[in-house]
Ligand binder design. Sequence first.
Ligand code: SAM
Ligand code: SF4
Length: 471
Amino acid sequence: MSEVLVKEIDETRQGEAYAPFADDPNRFLKKFYIESYGCQMNFSDSEIVASILNNEGYGATRNTEEADLILLNTCSIREKAEQTVRNRLQAFKNIKDKKPGVLVGMLGCMAERLKSKLLEEERLVDIVVGPDAYRSLPVLIAEADGGQKSVNVLLSREETYSDIAPVRLDSNGVSAFVSIMRGCNNMCTFCVVPFTRGRERSRDAASILKECTDLFNTGFREVTLLGQNVDSYYFTDETGNNITFAMLLQQVAAISPLLRVRFSTSHPKDITDDVLHTMAQHHNICKYIHLPVQSGNTRILQLMNRTYTREWYLAKVKRIKEIMPDCALSTDVITGFCTETEEDHQDTLSLMAQCRFDLAYMFAYSERPGTLAERRYTDDIPEAVKKRRLEEIIQLQTKTTRENYDKDLGATYEVLIEGNSRRSDQHWSGRNTQNKVVVFPKNNAPLKKCDYVNVRITGSTGATLLGEMVD
Ligand code: SAM
Ligand code: SF4
Protein backbone atom coordinates (compact mmCIF):
# COMPACT_ATOMS: atom_id res chain seq x y z
CA MET A 1 0.00 0.00 0.00
CA SER A 2 1.28 3.45 -0.79
CA GLU A 3 2.57 5.25 2.29
CA VAL A 4 1.70 8.77 1.22
CA LEU A 5 -1.86 7.91 0.45
CA VAL A 6 -2.81 5.90 3.48
CA LYS A 7 -5.71 6.90 5.65
CA GLU A 8 -8.48 4.39 5.90
CA ILE A 9 -6.11 1.85 7.34
CA ASP A 10 -3.86 4.52 8.73
CA GLU A 11 -0.36 3.01 8.90
CA THR A 12 0.79 5.75 11.24
CA ARG A 13 -1.80 4.56 13.78
CA GLN A 14 -1.22 0.81 13.49
CA GLY A 15 -0.33 -0.55 16.89
CA GLU A 16 -1.15 2.74 18.58
CA ALA A 17 -1.53 2.46 22.34
CA TYR A 18 -3.78 4.76 24.29
CA ALA A 19 -2.39 7.41 26.58
CA PRO A 20 -3.39 7.55 30.25
CA PHE A 21 -6.37 9.75 31.05
CA ALA A 22 -5.30 13.30 31.67
CA ASP A 23 -7.11 13.53 34.98
CA ASP A 24 -6.57 10.20 36.59
CA PRO A 25 -3.25 9.70 38.36
CA ASN A 26 -4.83 7.63 41.17
CA ARG A 27 -8.40 7.06 40.14
CA PHE A 28 -7.93 3.58 38.83
CA LEU A 29 -6.31 0.84 40.86
CA LYS A 30 -5.62 -1.41 37.89
CA LYS A 31 -4.23 -0.56 34.49
CA PHE A 32 -4.98 -1.74 31.01
CA TYR A 33 -2.89 -1.35 27.89
CA ILE A 34 -4.61 -1.56 24.50
CA GLU A 35 -3.03 -1.60 21.08
CA SER A 36 -5.22 -1.28 17.98
CA TYR A 37 -4.78 -2.43 14.40
CA GLY A 38 -6.80 -2.19 11.20
CA CYS A 39 -9.57 0.09 10.10
CA GLN A 40 -11.18 3.01 11.89
CA MET A 41 -13.99 0.74 13.15
CA ASN A 42 -11.44 -1.14 15.22
CA PHE A 43 -10.00 2.05 16.71
CA SER A 44 -13.53 3.11 17.49
CA ASP A 45 -14.24 -0.23 19.17
CA SER A 46 -11.18 0.22 21.38
CA GLU A 47 -12.85 3.36 22.76
CA ILE A 48 -15.92 1.29 23.65
CA VAL A 49 -13.69 -1.30 25.33
CA ALA A 50 -11.93 1.51 27.26
CA SER A 51 -15.32 2.69 28.50
CA ILE A 52 -16.29 -0.81 29.69
CA LEU A 53 -12.92 -1.23 31.42
CA ASN A 54 -13.17 2.18 33.13
CA ASN A 55 -16.37 0.99 34.74
CA GLU A 56 -14.47 -2.04 36.03
CA GLY A 57 -11.82 0.17 37.67
CA TYR A 58 -9.15 -0.09 34.95
CA GLY A 59 -7.32 3.05 33.81
CA ALA A 60 -5.35 3.21 30.56
CA THR A 61 -1.58 3.12 30.42
CA ARG A 62 0.85 3.43 27.54
CA ASN A 63 3.41 1.37 29.37
CA THR A 64 3.06 -2.41 29.03
CA GLU A 65 5.35 -2.86 32.05
CA GLU A 66 2.79 -1.35 34.43
CA ALA A 67 -0.29 -3.00 32.86
CA ASP A 68 -2.38 -5.65 34.63
CA LEU A 69 -4.28 -6.31 31.43
CA ILE A 70 -2.78 -6.16 27.94
CA LEU A 71 -5.19 -6.11 25.01
CA LEU A 72 -4.65 -6.28 21.31
CA ASN A 73 -7.49 -5.21 19.04
CA THR A 74 -6.78 -7.18 15.90
CA CYS A 75 -7.40 -6.95 12.16
CA SER A 76 -7.74 -9.78 9.62
CA ILE A 77 -8.15 -7.84 6.40
CA ARG A 78 -4.76 -8.83 5.01
CA GLU A 79 -2.25 -11.51 5.90
CA LYS A 80 0.35 -8.90 6.87
CA ALA A 81 -1.95 -7.47 9.56
CA GLU A 82 -2.35 -10.91 11.13
CA GLN A 83 1.38 -11.53 11.15
CA THR A 84 2.02 -8.22 12.93
CA VAL A 85 -0.48 -9.16 15.61
CA ARG A 86 1.18 -12.55 16.13
CA ASN A 87 4.56 -10.90 16.62
CA ARG A 88 3.09 -8.53 19.19
CA LEU A 89 1.43 -11.40 21.07
CA GLN A 90 4.79 -13.15 21.26
CA ALA A 91 6.31 -9.99 22.77
CA PHE A 92 3.50 -9.78 25.33
CA LYS A 93 4.05 -13.40 26.27
CA ASN A 94 7.59 -12.44 27.28
CA ILE A 95 6.21 -9.69 29.53
CA LYS A 96 3.77 -12.15 31.04
CA ASP A 97 6.50 -14.69 31.70
CA LYS A 98 8.36 -12.03 33.71
CA LYS A 99 5.26 -10.79 35.53
CA PRO A 100 2.83 -13.64 36.21
CA GLY A 101 -0.69 -12.45 36.89
CA VAL A 102 -0.75 -10.12 33.90
CA LEU A 103 -3.58 -11.08 31.57
CA VAL A 104 -3.26 -10.89 27.80
CA GLY A 105 -6.37 -10.62 25.68
CA MET A 106 -7.06 -10.67 21.97
CA LEU A 107 -10.00 -8.64 20.70
CA GLY A 108 -11.52 -8.02 17.30
CA CYS A 109 -11.46 -9.64 13.93
CA MET A 110 -8.85 -12.37 14.49
CA ALA A 111 -10.70 -13.67 17.53
CA GLU A 112 -13.02 -16.23 15.96
CA ARG A 113 -10.58 -17.82 13.56
CA LEU A 114 -7.55 -18.08 15.79
CA LYS A 115 -9.13 -18.60 19.19
CA SER A 116 -8.14 -22.22 19.82
CA LYS A 117 -4.74 -21.85 18.23
CA LEU A 118 -3.74 -18.85 20.33
CA LEU A 119 -5.43 -19.96 23.55
CA GLU A 120 -4.65 -23.63 23.68
CA GLU A 121 -1.96 -24.58 21.17
CA GLU A 122 0.38 -21.63 21.42
CA ARG A 123 -0.86 -20.38 24.81
CA LEU A 124 -0.26 -16.80 23.78
CA VAL A 125 -3.42 -15.33 25.28
CA ASP A 126 -5.74 -15.75 28.29
CA ILE A 127 -8.81 -14.04 26.89
CA VAL A 128 -10.32 -13.98 23.41
CA VAL A 129 -13.23 -11.62 22.70
CA GLY A 130 -14.96 -11.08 19.39
CA PRO A 131 -16.22 -7.67 18.22
CA ASP A 132 -19.80 -8.25 19.41
CA ALA A 133 -18.88 -9.57 22.87
CA TYR A 134 -17.11 -6.67 24.57
CA ARG A 135 -19.82 -6.39 27.20
CA SER A 136 -18.72 -9.79 28.51
CA LEU A 137 -15.15 -8.56 29.13
CA PRO A 138 -15.61 -8.11 32.92
CA VAL A 139 -16.81 -11.73 33.28
CA LEU A 140 -14.05 -13.04 31.04
CA ILE A 141 -11.40 -11.10 32.98
CA ALA A 142 -12.72 -12.56 36.25
CA GLU A 143 -12.63 -16.08 34.78
CA ALA A 144 -9.12 -15.57 33.47
CA ASP A 145 -8.03 -14.18 36.88
CA GLY A 146 -9.26 -17.46 38.31
CA GLY A 147 -6.96 -19.34 35.95
CA GLN A 148 -9.47 -20.28 33.26
CA LYS A 149 -8.98 -19.51 29.59
CA SER A 150 -11.95 -17.34 28.61
CA VAL A 151 -13.56 -16.95 25.23
CA ASN A 152 -16.56 -15.20 23.80
CA VAL A 153 -16.59 -14.84 20.05
CA LEU A 154 -20.34 -14.95 19.54
CA LEU A 155 -21.55 -12.63 16.84
CA SER A 156 -24.81 -10.84 17.39
CA ARG A 157 -27.62 -9.62 15.20
CA GLU A 158 -28.46 -6.77 17.58
CA GLU A 159 -25.37 -5.51 19.37
CA THR A 160 -24.51 -1.89 18.48
CA TYR A 161 -23.17 -0.72 21.89
CA SER A 162 -25.54 2.19 21.43
CA ASP A 163 -25.76 2.93 25.18
CA ILE A 164 -21.99 2.90 25.80
CA ALA A 165 -20.33 6.31 25.65
CA PRO A 166 -16.91 5.71 24.10
CA VAL A 167 -13.93 7.07 26.03
CA ARG A 168 -12.15 9.51 23.69
CA LEU A 169 -8.59 8.63 24.49
CA ASP A 170 -5.80 10.27 22.53
CA SER A 171 -8.33 12.46 20.80
CA ASN A 172 -7.33 15.84 19.36
CA GLY A 173 -10.51 17.25 20.92
CA VAL A 174 -11.65 18.44 17.50
CA SER A 175 -12.83 15.40 15.54
CA ALA A 176 -14.33 12.12 16.69
CA PHE A 177 -15.52 8.92 15.07
CA VAL A 178 -19.07 7.78 15.75
CA SER A 179 -20.06 4.27 14.86
CA ILE A 180 -23.54 4.17 13.26
CA MET A 181 -23.72 0.52 12.27
CA ARG A 182 -21.84 -2.75 12.63
CA GLY A 183 -21.15 -5.75 10.42
CA CYS A 184 -21.76 -6.10 6.70
CA ASN A 185 -24.15 -8.09 4.50
CA ASN A 186 -22.39 -7.51 1.22
CA MET A 187 -20.26 -10.61 0.79
CA CYS A 188 -17.57 -9.20 -1.46
CA THR A 189 -15.72 -12.40 -2.27
CA PHE A 190 -12.27 -11.14 -1.15
CA CYS A 191 -13.41 -9.82 2.22
CA VAL A 192 -13.40 -11.37 5.71
CA VAL A 193 -15.49 -8.64 7.33
CA PRO A 194 -18.89 -10.39 6.98
CA PHE A 195 -17.36 -13.41 8.74
CA THR A 196 -15.41 -11.59 11.45
CA ARG A 197 -17.87 -8.80 12.24
CA GLY A 198 -21.16 -10.50 11.41
CA ARG A 199 -24.44 -9.30 9.95
CA GLU A 200 -25.16 -5.68 9.30
CA ARG A 201 -27.19 -3.82 11.92
CA SER A 202 -27.91 -0.11 12.33
CA ARG A 203 -27.58 1.73 15.59
CA ASP A 204 -30.48 3.58 17.20
CA ALA A 205 -30.60 7.01 15.53
CA ALA A 206 -31.45 8.78 18.79
CA SER A 207 -28.30 7.43 20.45
CA ILE A 208 -26.19 8.55 17.47
CA LEU A 209 -27.68 12.04 17.67
CA LYS A 210 -27.10 12.15 21.41
CA GLU A 211 -23.47 11.10 21.04
CA CYS A 212 -22.87 13.72 18.33
CA THR A 213 -24.65 16.43 20.35
CA ASP A 214 -22.61 15.56 23.46
CA LEU A 215 -19.44 15.74 21.40
CA PHE A 216 -20.40 19.16 20.05
CA ASN A 217 -21.28 20.41 23.54
CA THR A 218 -17.90 19.30 24.88
CA GLY A 219 -16.12 21.28 22.16
CA PHE A 220 -15.71 18.83 19.27
CA ARG A 221 -16.29 20.35 15.84
CA GLU A 222 -16.25 17.32 13.53
CA VAL A 223 -17.84 13.89 13.59
CA THR A 224 -17.22 11.06 11.14
CA LEU A 225 -20.12 8.61 10.95
CA LEU A 226 -18.65 5.15 10.58
CA GLY A 227 -19.88 1.91 9.06
CA GLN A 228 -18.71 -0.63 6.49
CA ASN A 229 -21.53 0.48 4.22
CA VAL A 230 -23.08 3.65 5.63
CA ASP A 231 -25.53 4.11 2.76
CA SER A 232 -27.46 1.06 3.81
CA TYR A 233 -28.09 2.55 7.27
CA TYR A 234 -31.75 1.95 8.11
CA PHE A 235 -33.37 2.29 11.49
CA THR A 236 -36.99 2.08 12.56
CA ASP A 237 -37.58 4.09 15.72
CA GLU A 238 -40.13 3.44 18.50
CA THR A 239 -42.84 5.43 16.73
CA GLY A 240 -42.39 3.43 13.54
CA ASN A 241 -40.49 6.11 11.63
CA ASN A 242 -37.94 4.75 9.21
CA ILE A 243 -34.65 6.62 9.16
CA THR A 244 -32.42 6.34 6.11
CA PHE A 245 -28.80 7.43 5.89
CA ALA A 246 -29.77 10.66 4.11
CA MET A 247 -32.18 11.47 6.97
CA LEU A 248 -29.58 10.64 9.60
CA LEU A 249 -27.02 12.86 7.87
CA GLN A 250 -29.50 15.69 7.76
CA GLN A 251 -30.31 15.30 11.48
CA VAL A 252 -26.65 15.20 12.52
CA ALA A 253 -25.92 18.25 10.34
CA ALA A 254 -28.79 20.08 12.05
CA ILE A 255 -27.08 19.81 15.48
CA SER A 256 -25.11 22.96 14.63
CA PRO A 257 -23.79 24.63 11.48
CA LEU A 258 -20.45 24.66 13.33
CA LEU A 259 -20.33 20.86 13.49
CA ARG A 260 -18.71 19.32 10.43
CA VAL A 261 -20.10 15.96 9.38
CA ARG A 262 -18.15 13.31 7.48
CA PHE A 263 -18.90 9.66 6.80
CA SER A 264 -17.23 6.47 5.63
CA THR A 265 -17.55 4.08 3.82
CA SER A 266 -19.96 4.37 0.88
CA HIS A 267 -20.70 1.50 -1.46
CA PRO A 268 -21.15 2.54 -5.12
CA LYS A 269 -24.28 0.41 -5.41
CA ASP A 270 -25.97 2.05 -2.40
CA ILE A 271 -25.13 5.75 -2.34
CA THR A 272 -28.32 7.55 -3.37
CA ASP A 273 -29.19 10.89 -4.96
CA ASP A 274 -30.92 11.67 -1.65
CA VAL A 275 -27.59 11.43 0.14
CA LEU A 276 -25.88 13.55 -2.53
CA HIS A 277 -28.58 16.25 -2.38
CA THR A 278 -28.45 16.26 1.43
CA MET A 279 -24.69 16.78 1.22
CA ALA A 280 -25.10 19.59 -1.31
CA GLN A 281 -27.74 21.34 0.79
CA HIS A 282 -25.65 21.46 3.99
CA HIS A 283 -22.51 23.54 4.12
CA ASN A 284 -21.34 21.57 7.17
CA ILE A 285 -21.58 18.14 5.50
CA CYS A 286 -18.09 17.79 4.09
CA LYS A 287 -17.70 17.50 0.35
CA TYR A 288 -15.73 14.30 0.37
CA ILE A 289 -16.81 10.75 -0.47
CA HIS A 290 -14.81 7.58 -0.04
CA LEU A 291 -16.17 5.35 -2.81
CA PRO A 292 -14.14 2.13 -3.10
CA VAL A 293 -14.04 0.83 -6.69
CA GLN A 294 -11.70 -2.18 -6.14
CA SER A 295 -11.26 -2.80 -9.89
CA GLY A 296 -11.92 -1.00 -13.16
CA ASN A 297 -12.88 -4.19 -14.98
CA THR A 298 -16.45 -5.45 -15.00
CA ARG A 299 -15.55 -9.15 -15.14
CA ILE A 300 -13.29 -8.79 -12.07
CA LEU A 301 -15.95 -6.73 -10.29
CA GLN A 302 -18.38 -9.58 -10.90
CA LEU A 303 -15.91 -12.12 -9.51
CA MET A 304 -15.53 -9.84 -6.50
CA ASN A 305 -19.33 -9.74 -6.14
CA ARG A 306 -19.29 -5.96 -6.01
CA THR A 307 -22.68 -5.96 -7.86
CA TYR A 308 -21.86 -2.97 -10.09
CA THR A 309 -20.09 -2.62 -13.41
CA ARG A 310 -17.33 -0.27 -14.55
CA GLU A 311 -19.99 1.80 -16.32
CA TRP A 312 -22.20 1.98 -13.23
CA TYR A 313 -19.26 3.22 -11.17
CA LEU A 314 -18.33 5.86 -13.75
CA ALA A 315 -21.95 7.01 -13.95
CA LYS A 316 -22.02 7.32 -10.14
CA VAL A 317 -18.91 9.49 -10.17
CA LYS A 318 -20.45 11.64 -12.91
CA ARG A 319 -23.61 12.04 -10.83
CA ILE A 320 -21.62 13.08 -7.75
CA LYS A 321 -19.78 15.73 -9.76
CA GLU A 322 -23.04 16.95 -11.32
CA ILE A 323 -24.60 17.51 -7.91
CA MET A 324 -21.39 18.66 -6.16
CA PRO A 325 -18.72 19.78 -8.62
CA ASP A 326 -16.33 20.51 -5.74
CA CYS A 327 -16.72 17.09 -4.08
CA ALA A 328 -13.44 15.25 -3.44
CA LEU A 329 -13.35 11.52 -4.11
CA SER A 330 -11.17 8.75 -2.75
CA THR A 331 -11.20 5.05 -3.44
CA ASP A 332 -9.82 1.60 -2.59
CA VAL A 333 -8.22 -0.56 -5.28
CA ILE A 334 -7.09 -4.19 -5.16
CA THR A 335 -4.53 -5.41 -7.70
CA GLY A 336 -3.95 -9.00 -8.73
CA PHE A 337 -7.33 -10.44 -7.80
CA CYS A 338 -7.88 -14.01 -9.04
CA THR A 339 -7.62 -14.32 -12.86
CA GLU A 340 -6.82 -10.60 -13.37
CA THR A 341 -5.18 -10.21 -16.80
CA GLU A 342 -2.96 -7.37 -18.00
CA GLU A 343 -5.97 -6.00 -19.93
CA ASP A 344 -8.10 -6.08 -16.76
CA HIS A 345 -5.32 -4.25 -14.94
CA GLN A 346 -5.21 -1.65 -17.74
CA ASP A 347 -8.95 -1.13 -17.18
CA THR A 348 -8.23 -0.26 -13.55
CA LEU A 349 -5.54 2.20 -14.62
CA SER A 350 -7.84 3.81 -17.19
CA LEU A 351 -10.70 4.09 -14.69
CA MET A 352 -8.35 5.75 -12.22
CA ALA A 353 -7.12 8.13 -14.91
CA GLN A 354 -10.71 9.00 -15.76
CA CYS A 355 -11.94 9.49 -12.18
CA ARG A 356 -8.85 11.42 -11.05
CA PHE A 357 -9.28 10.42 -7.40
CA ASP A 358 -7.95 12.80 -4.79
CA LEU A 359 -6.73 9.85 -2.75
CA ALA A 360 -6.55 6.08 -3.17
CA TYR A 361 -5.81 3.24 -0.77
CA MET A 362 -4.18 0.57 -2.85
CA PHE A 363 -3.61 -3.06 -1.93
CA ALA A 364 -2.25 -6.22 -3.51
CA TYR A 365 -4.82 -9.00 -3.20
CA SER A 366 -4.23 -11.19 -0.19
CA GLU A 367 -6.28 -14.38 0.04
CA ARG A 368 -8.09 -14.63 3.36
CA PRO A 369 -9.18 -17.92 4.90
CA GLY A 370 -12.91 -18.54 4.92
CA THR A 371 -13.77 -15.94 2.28
CA LEU A 372 -15.83 -16.80 -0.76
CA ALA A 373 -12.82 -16.14 -3.00
CA GLU A 374 -10.74 -18.63 -1.07
CA ARG A 375 -13.43 -21.26 -1.46
CA ARG A 376 -14.33 -20.54 -5.08
CA TYR A 377 -11.25 -19.27 -6.89
CA THR A 378 -7.53 -19.87 -7.21
CA ASP A 379 -5.21 -17.12 -6.03
CA ASP A 380 -3.35 -17.44 -9.32
CA ILE A 381 -1.56 -14.12 -9.83
CA PRO A 382 2.11 -14.40 -8.84
CA GLU A 383 3.17 -12.09 -5.98
CA ALA A 384 5.68 -10.32 -8.24
CA VAL A 385 2.94 -9.49 -10.75
CA LYS A 386 0.58 -8.24 -8.03
CA LYS A 387 3.36 -6.02 -6.68
CA ARG A 388 4.30 -4.66 -10.10
CA ARG A 389 0.66 -3.81 -10.85
CA LEU A 390 0.37 -2.23 -7.42
CA GLU A 391 3.43 -0.11 -8.16
CA GLU A 392 1.87 1.00 -11.44
CA ILE A 393 -1.37 2.13 -9.85
CA ILE A 394 0.51 3.85 -7.02
CA GLN A 395 2.61 5.72 -9.56
CA LEU A 396 -0.44 6.84 -11.49
CA GLN A 397 -2.25 7.91 -8.32
CA THR A 398 0.79 9.80 -7.00
CA LYS A 399 0.91 11.76 -10.25
CA THR A 400 -2.86 12.48 -10.12
CA THR A 401 -2.66 13.53 -6.47
CA ARG A 402 0.20 15.89 -7.30
CA GLU A 403 -1.78 17.41 -10.19
CA ASN A 404 -4.93 17.74 -8.07
CA TYR A 405 -2.95 19.50 -5.35
CA ASP A 406 -1.43 21.86 -7.91
CA LYS A 407 -4.95 22.80 -9.03
CA ASP A 408 -5.65 24.05 -5.50
CA LEU A 409 -3.08 26.84 -5.87
CA GLY A 410 -4.78 30.19 -5.41
CA ALA A 411 -8.04 28.69 -4.07
CA THR A 412 -9.41 29.80 -0.69
CA TYR A 413 -10.74 27.15 1.69
CA GLU A 414 -12.48 27.20 5.02
CA VAL A 415 -10.21 25.25 7.36
CA LEU A 416 -11.09 23.75 10.73
CA ILE A 417 -8.01 24.12 12.96
CA GLU A 418 -6.99 20.79 14.50
CA GLY A 419 -3.80 21.89 16.28
CA ASN A 420 -0.18 22.79 15.73
CA SER A 421 1.39 21.55 12.56
CA ARG A 422 3.60 18.51 13.13
CA ARG A 423 6.71 20.41 12.09
CA SER A 424 6.28 23.76 13.86
CA ASP A 425 4.27 25.27 16.69
CA GLN A 426 4.28 28.54 14.73
CA HIS A 427 1.93 26.95 12.19
CA TRP A 428 -1.64 25.69 12.46
CA SER A 429 -2.77 22.46 10.82
CA GLY A 430 -6.35 21.72 9.86
CA ARG A 431 -8.43 20.29 7.04
CA ASN A 432 -10.67 21.72 4.37
CA THR A 433 -14.06 20.27 3.50
CA GLN A 434 -12.39 17.99 0.90
CA ASN A 435 -10.39 16.39 3.73
CA LYS A 436 -7.06 17.82 2.60
CA VAL A 437 -4.61 18.84 5.30
CA VAL A 438 -3.82 22.56 5.18
CA VAL A 439 -0.87 24.12 7.08
CA PHE A 440 -0.47 27.88 7.51
CA PRO A 441 1.45 30.33 9.72
CA LYS A 442 -0.25 31.51 12.93
CA ASN A 443 0.95 35.10 12.50
CA ASN A 444 -0.03 35.82 16.13
CA ALA A 445 -3.72 35.90 15.13
CA PRO A 446 -6.09 35.29 18.05
CA LEU A 447 -7.10 31.80 16.89
CA LYS A 448 -7.28 28.43 18.59
CA LYS A 449 -7.95 24.77 17.96
CA CYS A 450 -11.57 24.20 16.79
CA ASP A 451 -11.81 27.63 15.09
CA TYR A 452 -12.69 27.98 11.43
CA VAL A 453 -10.50 30.19 9.28
CA ASN A 454 -10.23 31.00 5.57
CA VAL A 455 -6.91 30.06 4.05
CA ARG A 456 -5.60 30.84 0.57
CA ILE A 457 -3.46 28.07 -0.88
CA THR A 458 0.03 29.10 -1.88
CA GLY A 459 1.77 25.75 -2.36
CA SER A 460 1.93 22.11 -1.31
CA THR A 461 4.34 19.46 -0.11
CA GLY A 462 3.53 15.74 -0.33
CA ALA A 463 -0.06 15.38 0.80
CA THR A 464 -0.27 18.76 2.57
CA LEU A 465 -1.50 22.08 1.24
CA LEU A 466 0.33 25.22 2.40
CA GLY A 467 -1.37 28.56 2.67
CA GLU A 468 -1.94 31.85 4.40
CA MET A 469 -4.93 33.22 6.29
CA VAL A 470 -7.22 35.64 4.51
CA ASP A 471 -9.94 37.86 6.02
N1 SAM B 1 -16.50 -1.66 3.63
C1 SAM B 1 -15.55 -1.00 2.88
C2 SAM B 1 -15.79 -1.23 1.38
O1 SAM B 1 -16.76 -1.79 0.98
O2 SAM B 1 -14.96 -0.82 0.63
C3 SAM B 1 -14.12 -1.30 3.28
C4 SAM B 1 -13.79 -2.61 3.84
S1 SAM B 1 -12.13 -3.09 4.07
C5 SAM B 1 -11.92 -2.80 5.76
C6 SAM B 1 -11.11 -1.88 3.39
C7 SAM B 1 -10.45 -2.24 2.12
O3 SAM B 1 -9.53 -3.30 2.30
C8 SAM B 1 -11.35 -2.74 1.02
O4 SAM B 1 -12.04 -1.72 0.38
C9 SAM B 1 -10.39 -3.45 0.09
O5 SAM B 1 -9.85 -2.58 -0.87
C10 SAM B 1 -9.29 -3.91 1.05
N2 SAM B 1 -9.34 -5.36 1.22
C11 SAM B 1 -10.28 -6.09 1.80
N3 SAM B 1 -10.00 -7.42 1.70
C12 SAM B 1 -8.83 -7.51 1.04
C13 SAM B 1 -8.01 -8.60 0.62
N4 SAM B 1 -8.38 -9.85 0.85
N5 SAM B 1 -6.87 -8.33 -0.05
C14 SAM B 1 -6.51 -7.06 -0.30
N6 SAM B 1 -7.24 -5.98 0.08
C15 SAM B 1 -8.39 -6.20 0.73
FE1 SF4 C 1 -16.05 -6.18 2.93
FE2 SF4 C 1 -17.51 -5.65 0.79
FE3 SF4 C 1 -18.60 -5.44 3.24
FE4 SF4 C 1 -16.76 -3.65 2.43
S1 SF4 C 1 -18.79 -3.97 1.53
S2 SF4 C 1 -16.84 -4.72 4.41
S3 SF4 C 1 -15.42 -4.89 1.20
S4 SF4 C 1 -17.89 -7.32 2.27
